[in-house]
Design a protein around this ligand. Structure first.
Ligand code: ASP
Ligand code: MG
Length: 712
């Protein structure tokens, strides 16, 4: 026996219901035994709540919403059913709508909606949906039978979030299924208390209904059918490379769902976990896809990564209680959290260092003022004695958590996490890890949330490729060649290095262009020309910083002093720089040292090469020599390719002299018959090539400039 559950989005439109019917027909024809739980049509529970609230306020508009509700169900029935099936279904729907109408009118009259009445109102969503679908299934020839879950699921009278009497419920389920062998089409979410009063199991409670049925029937699986391909490694809206996690343990699944991966409703897992019934998360719109398999077994295969998923809470506030009065005093934590409990403030995360100087805790931002007040009142006496400071509130934070059962006992996970964040300039405000090592949570600034998620997704090998984000200024000879090279090497880099290079920002002296998805490199020049943004280097850099992307590199292909003057601030923002611009590296030594220091502190790269010697990797050669223990005492070189060329080929006679008789121009020969003149200007350095001269000369004579030992 399997229990299947389809959520609201799987049945929000008649066409979708037909897709569900197809899936069920398929199961049936394979001889699989199953029961199905349905949520209300997508959006219906919210609209029932809304119309009740309007009626409660005496707002007649509730009726419009009621009419939309009844129309939606009638239309679905009419679109899906015909003949005797429609005739059979309509009276029940009419009856439901009549009762609901009266109920709402009652609320409107007394201007009050109690949780008990609300539960009754909400029950119509699930009841209508399951009733219509049961008839659709009958119509396509399945032996389907509508089952109102209030008959079997028994709860206390905690309306809105009732507690299930498991023993009685399991017994009822077994009795019912022994009696009826047809496919049971069950209303999710709703149950009943003693005396037949309608209750609900809390928002999203249909999953729980499915788990209860699964446990009661000792099902082989519980399948949760939704509109995504399972539990994803991260929120796909924030991490484009997120993908479906094939297997999870119950514990991992709970952690993931606590943290916004709202595919499953955490308490759902409990009955399944008690009986060790595997859960499968499937996509109604992609039924062939295997989805996510959740069981007690951890994935120990070689492909299994220690981190299974990365999750976040977009907005939290962090409150800190600190002061000398906390140290070594037992009972502080009890008082603190007691006060919060009394104020009904839920605590999301807690951290205290061993100095006991402060305790920080995260709460929902709306609750922060209430929490601050409650804590300050609780520590009134210490506050008067200045033993404790006023509670510090930091708003605008996010919690990002990495989750995985295999992080346990494995060193290096936290190291990798903090290194990845640090290198990308994400400041960690607070940290929490329980000794279960199932979840490491870090509190970061809200604007860093998406970046942190992406960076960690890459760091833990969840992404199959790493993404580099380039911001390029200057598209002259060097810049356009670079773009051409990136374009040409793209596939190779992706294939061999799992590296994806995206040019996000591009500018010449007139215009700038930004495309977050990456500027198409075959059309960059058109796109740049078409851009309406005038170039302004400050704006360019500000935008680059604001985009706050992981692995950002600023590429300066200009020879501009002004642009070089921004390097420090770019490196400060944890953005690497790569440049052939010689200004920053050949001006004041202090400035150069400053840039190197910032880059080192921020853990980013400041890359430059061939500021001298043009096409030769002079700097990396020097670096290699130094690293292997050589000391450079002296560099003797002709740093100009043109000059070097001339010196090597000079065999001419002066053709022009100044008044003092010194030569100012020569004629010389390169090859027979070709004549060049050189006018005595300062030579340019950038026509050098290893073939036409020696840039670095050793005293032992000229060597090829590419030779490794060219200096002493
Ligand atoms: N329809 C209910 C809700 O929206 C129950 C569920 O969908 O699971 O909360
Ligand atoms: Mg739901």
């Amino acid at each position: 026996m399997r229990v299947l559950k389809f959520g609201g989005s799987s049945v929000s439109q008649p066409e979708r219901i037909l897709m569900v019917a197809e899936i069920l027909r398929d199961y049936h024809s394979q001889g699989i035994e199953f029961a199905v739980v349905f949520s209300a049509f997508g959006g219906i529970t919210d609209s029932l709540i809304h119309m009740s609230r309007l009626a409660e306020r005496g707002d007649e508009n509730y009726f419009t919403h009621f009419e939309a509700f009844s129309q939606r169900h009638f239309h679905a029935a009419q679109a899906l059913l015909h003949g005797p099936f429609l005739e059979k279904a309509l009276p029940e729907l009419e009856n439901n709508h009549e009762v609901l109408k009266n109920l709402l009118y009652g609320i409107f009259l007394v201007r009050e909606v109690s949780p008990r009445t609300m539960d009754y109102v909400l029950s119509f969503g699930e009841r209508n949906a399951a009733y219509i679908i049961a008839h659709v299934l009958q119509q396509i020839g399945l032996p389907a039978q509508y089952l109102d879950a209030r008959k079997i699921i028994k709860t206390d009278k905690n309306f809105g979030n009732a507690k299930v009497d498991l023993e009685m419920t399991y017994e009822n389920i077994q009795d019912h299924f022994e009696q009826f062998s047809d496919i049971q089409i069950v209303t999710g979410f709703i149950a009943s208390a003693k005396g037949g009063l309608t209750t609900t199991l809390g928002r999203g409670g249909s999953d729980y209904t499915a788990a209860l049925l699964g446990a009661g029937l000792n099902a082989e699986y519980i399948e949760i059918w939704t509109d995504v391909d399972g539990v994803l490694t991260a929120d796909p809206r924030k991490v484009k490379k997120a993908f479906t996690i094939p297997t999870l343990t119950y514990a991992e699944a709970m952690e993931m769902s606590h943290f916004g991966a709202k595919v499953i409703y955490p308490p759902t897992i409990q009955p399944a976990l008690d009986q060790q019934i595997p859960l499968i998360i499937k996509n109604t719109f992609n039924p062939e896809f295997p989805g996510t398999y959740i069981s007690e077994k951890a994935d120990l295969s070689a492909q299994g990564t220690p981190v299974k998923g990365i999750s976040s809470i977009h907005h939290v506030a962090l409150l800190t209680l600190q002061g000398s009065g906390l140290f070594g005093v037992p009972g502080i934590a009890a008082r603190l959290f007691g006060a919060l409990a009394q104020a009904k403030v839920n605590v999301i995360l807690i951290t205290q260092g061993s100095s006991e100087h402060s305790i920080s805790f995260a709460v929902e931002p709306e609750l922060a003022p209430k929490a601050k007040k409650a804590v300050e009142e609780a520590f009134d006496i210490e506050r008067i004695g200045s033993l404790i400071e006023p509670v510090k509130v930091e708003d605008n934070l996010s919690v990002v958590a990495v989750i995985g059962e295999r992080m346990r006992y494995q060193p290096g996970i936290a190291g990798r996490l903090f290194q990845a964040l640090g290198k990308n300039g994400v400041n960690v405000v607070a940290i929490a890890q329980g000794s279960s090592e199932l979840n490491i949570s870090v509190v970061v600034n809200r604007e860093d949330e998406a970046k942190a998620l992406n960076v960690l997704h890459e760091a833990f090998f969840l992404s199959d490729t790493a993404e580099l984000h380039l911001f390029i200024v200057g598209v002259g000879l060097i810049g356009s060649t670079l773009l051409q090279q990136i374009q040409a090497q793209k596939e190779f880099l992706l294939r061999e290095q799992a590296l994806e290079i995206k040019v996000i920002g591009l500018a010449n002296s007139k215009r700038m262009l930004f495309q977050e998805k990456g500027i198409p490199l075959d059309r960059w020049s058109h796109e740049l020309k078409a851009s309406e943004l005038p170039m302004d280097i400050e704006g360019f850099i500000a935008r680059m910083k604001r985009l706050n992307l992981a692995n950002t590199i600023f590429v300066d292909n200009t020879a501009s002093q002004e642009i070089a003057s921004h390097y420090a601030s770019i490196l400060e923002a944890s953005i690497s720089i790569s440049t052939p611009n010689k200004i920053a590296t050949s001006s004041s030594f202090d400035q150069y040292k400053l840039l190197k220091t910032i880059a080192k502190q921020r853990g980013v790269l400041f890359q430059y090469e061939t500021n001298v010697g043009a096409g030769l990797p002079v700097i990396s050669t020097l670096n290699d020599l130094i690293l292997s223990g050589d000391r450079i005492r002296k560099i003797e070189a002709v740093l100009s390719g043109s000059l070097s060329f001339i010196f090597n080929n000079f065999a001419g006679r002066p053709v022009q002299r100044n008044r003092q008789g010194s030569p100012t121009a020569w004629v010389y020969r390169t090859r027979p018959k070709r004549r060049f003149t050189w006018s005595g200007r300062k030579a340019k350095t950038d026509h050098f090539s290893p073939r036409n001269g020696n840039s670095l000369r050793s005293r032992r004579g000229n060597r090829s400039a590419g030779a490794s030992r060219t200096m002493r």
